[in-house]
Design a protein around this ligand. Structure first.
Ligand code: SAH
Ligand code: SF4
Length: 380
């Protein structure tokens, strides 16, 4: 049985017709699920009892169990959501002064073995379904009480596919999820509020512009093929030349820039010559370079660049006319920072956990009780 959260609005309408319900129920149902954050058919009191029973019989209303919820000292929250088959998926909430970003996963693990990435050491377990991608946002919004209606500012204002996995190797489910997030009668996230980050799956890149129009972030991390191949094996398949070509084919909306993610690895890619080569490579593309301090993890083969080298690199980019920012590392104390996600139970015992005493969950008591929290990682 499919989950109600896996349907686009058009699909839901067709399904309701198939079940003998009136098409106008779509809007009511959509409002309950995506605006009010209620998936229990039993609670949908503007639907006749008989129809609620039909819905309950024909849709799965599974909710993941939260097996860990860690709060970092800087307000970052990391969740591990246990899916129906037992696989765990990580999502991270990053609050900032003017926005709140939810970083979500597209796969359990990843097939690409970027050498600096903790997720990459885990291998791929499987792709996430549309339901599991949408559930991450739905669950996070429920946990932080973020169902305040469409017109009020929301705590999760932005969604980024920068958690575990390569989104373009799970393109269909990632794209359908984006359509659901962007539906104007539902969650209504604007295309500027969603970012897909890719390590460079060249053939799929233009479709992000053509089919979705969301922001594109590319993990470039090096300005020559030799270094890039060393740290990102995908460069053997699609090299920098092909990558740049595909980005040029990406239909950029006016004023929209491509974000280039560049991880700063000591002595590997962090010289001023590298900065110069990067600017040359990106010539002609409206760009923003995001310099990412490397977040080490147990056993990682690289060292983070020194603050001095990061600053030099940054200044060099600026002098050459490139817009750049140095990303602030968030959630470090709970291994929630970029590249540190790895859904292994064993790992959870190695970090210090601070569990919240109270996090208010939206909804009636009945709905609150359906979100099960089973913290299992706190043992010494
Ligand atoms: N697979 C996609 C999206 C997930 S990775 C991609 O590679 O773009 C999200 C971001 O985290 C990427 O830019 C990735 O390069 C970065 N990242 C991976 N490991 C990291 C680490 N140890 N420290 C900092 N950033 C890292
Ligand atoms: Fe996969 Fe992205 Fe990590 Fe590379 S950086 S291993 S593509 S998740």
């Amino acid at each position: 049985m499919r989950h109600i959260l896996s349907y686009t609005r058009q699909e839901l309408k067709a399904k309701l017709t198939e079940l003998g319900l009136k098409p106008f129920r779509t809007k009511q149902l959509w409002d309950w699920v995506h605006v009010r954050g209620v998936v229990d058919f039993d609670l949908m009191d503007n639907l006749p009892k008989r129809e609620r029973l039909i819905l309950a019989e024909n849709f799965s209303s599974f909710l993941p169990t939260i097996t860990a919820e860690q709060h970092a000292s800087d307000g970052v929250i990391k969740w591990l959501f246990k899916m129906e088959d037992g696989h765990e998926v990580e999502s991270v909430f990053i609050p900032e002064a003017t926005r709140g970003t939810l970083c979500i996963s597209s796969q359990v693990g990843c097939t690409l073995t970027c050498r600096f990435c903790h997720t990459g050491t885990q291998g791929l377990s499987r792709n996430l379904s549309t339901e599991e991608i949408v559930l991450q946002v739905w669950m996070a919004r429920s946990r932080i009480d973020d169902w305040q209606g469409r017109d009020k500012p929301r705590k999760i204002s932005n969604i980024v596919f920068m958690g575990m996995g390569e989104p373009l190797y799970n393109k269909d489910n990632v794209f359908t999820s984006c359509h659901i997030f962007m539906d104007e009668h539902g969650m209504g996230y604007g295309s500027r509020k969603i970012t897909i980050s890719t390590s460079g799956v060249v053939p799929e890149i233009p479709a992000i512009g053509e089919e979705l129009g969301v922001n594109l972030a590319i993990s470039i991390h090096a300005s020559n093929n030799e270094t890039r191949t060393k740290i990102m094996p995908i460069n053997n398949k699609y090299d920098l030349g092909q990558l740049i070509e595909s980005v040029k084919a990406f239909r950029l909306k006016e004023t929209r820039k491509i974000t280039w993610e560049y991880i700063m690895l000591d002595g590997i890619n962090d010289s001023e010559e590298d900065a110069k080569a990067l600017v040359k490579l990106l010539d002609g593309i409206p760009s923003m370079v995001n310099l990412i301090p490397f977040n080490p993890w147990p056993g990682s083969p690289y060292k983070p660049s020194t603050t001095e080298n990061i600053t030099k690199f940054y200044k060099k980019l600026q002098r050459l006319g490139m817009i750049a920012v140095i990303r602030k590392t968030r959630g470090e104390d709970i291994l929630a920072a970029c590249g540190q996600l790895r859904s292994e139970t064993s790992k959870r015992n190695t970090v210090s956990l601070e569990f919240p005493t109270v996090v208010d969950v939206y909804g009636t008591e009945a709905q609150k009780q359906r979100i099960k929290v089973e913290i299992t990682g706190a043992e010494a």
